[in-house]
Write a protein that binds this ligand. Structure first.
Ligand code: HEM
Length: 293
């Protein structure tokens, strides 16, 4: 299914979550009200994982990107998630649906995949499918609410393409995959006067590339009209992010909806009170974002 076909469903989930926010008491933590449930609902629908189990898998998935974990936390979370997904795959071998896990289950039956391989693939997709997108929605909202002229600009834009352009700039500016991607050189080469030999390890820092003034003049300036689609927030090359189109549409729908539906949305605490994830977390993020309107 092309990612654009998911837009109506993403819009429906976003509207329902905002309806719920508006109907409840204020202030609201945007992470629990919107940033986490929206990508979780979408990845569950795509994979065929019951969303009712979200407390269980969100808690265990969070260890993948947390820096304050022990090796024991990691082992326990991996085992719990692995066991859960292996059982789901086995169930789908008996009763398939129209989802990715059922497709994996059919491939296990055909001998193309083993159960441990399919379990690992499902785990990567489930974790990657909601953690980074949730961080981007939260941080992107905090960034825009700190610069009130920016949500106003988004409300003015009545053009999906322009909202999509704004999202590329927010992705560039924040680059939540904050540490470098690791690669191994396949051949000898020289880069900016540095000799790299085949077999050398290379760390490619995505934030540095996305704030390179030769590629993005005045990179520290958030400019929603900037042409920023050549950023590397989703990595580069054959291992670049598999879910980038889904993530883009989720962000486009949130940016095109949230400020229109709640024009007076604002932070409910001072910026200094926001609790950021530990600086060495794999994905940069905010733990809670209290907002009001
Ligand atoms: C805003 C949200 C997201 C950001 C910023 C992000 C960022 C990234 C980055 C930087 C990489 C590494 C690329 C590289 O090494 O060159 C990556 C890989 C990956 N992402 Fe995402 N991602 C996001 C959302 C998602 C979603 C929604 C999914 C799943 C549906 C997903 C699935 C994956 C997978 C499976 C890989 C590994 C690809 C491979 O190694 O071949 N990501 N992502």
């Amino acid at each position: 299914m092309p990612s654009t076909a998911l837009r109506p469903e993403i819009q429906r989930f976003t509207d329902e979550l905002i309806d719920k926010m508006l109907a409840g008491p204020k202030p609201v933590d945007l992470v629990t009200a919107l940033s986490l449930p929206l990508p979780s609902l979408m990845i569950c629908a795509l994979l065929g994982v019951p969303y009712d189990d979200h407390d269980f898998f969100q808690e265990n998935a969070s260890f993948a990107t947390r820096s304050d974990k022990t090796a024991e936390d990691d082992r326990r979370a991996n085992e719990a998630l692995g066991g859960y997904l292996a059982a789901l795959l086995q169930a789908k071998m008996e009763n398939p649906g129209d989802d990715v896990l059922s497709d994996f289950a059919a491939r296990i039956k055909d001998g193309d995949l083993t159960l441990p391989e399919a379990t690992l693939l499902s785990m990567i997709l489930l974790i990657a499918g909601h953690e980074t997108s949730a961080n981007m929605i939260t941080l992107g909202t905090a960034l825009l609410l700190e610069n009130p002229e920016q949500p106003a600009r988004l409300r003015e834009i009545d053009d999906t393409k322009a909202v999509a352009g704004a999202v590329e700039e927010i992705l560039r500016y924040l680059t939540v995959a904050q540490f470098g991607q690791r690669r191994i050189a396949k051949e000898d080469f020289e880069f900016e006067g540095v000799r790299i030999e085949a077999g050398d390890g290379i760390v490619v820092p995505l934030p540095a590339g996305n704030w390179d003034p030769t590629a993005f003049p005045e990179p520290e300036k958030l400019d929603l009209d900037r042409k920023a689609s050549h950023h590397h927030a989703f990595g580069w090359g054959i291992h670049q992010c598999l879910g980038q189109q889904l993530a883009r549409i989720e962000l486009q729908v949130v940016c095109g909806t949230l400020y229109r539906r709640i024009p007076t949305l604002r932070l409910a605490v001072d910026r200094e009170e926001l609790a950021f994830r530990p600086a060495d977390s794999l994905a940069f993020g905010i733990m809670e974002l209290p907002v009001t309107w």
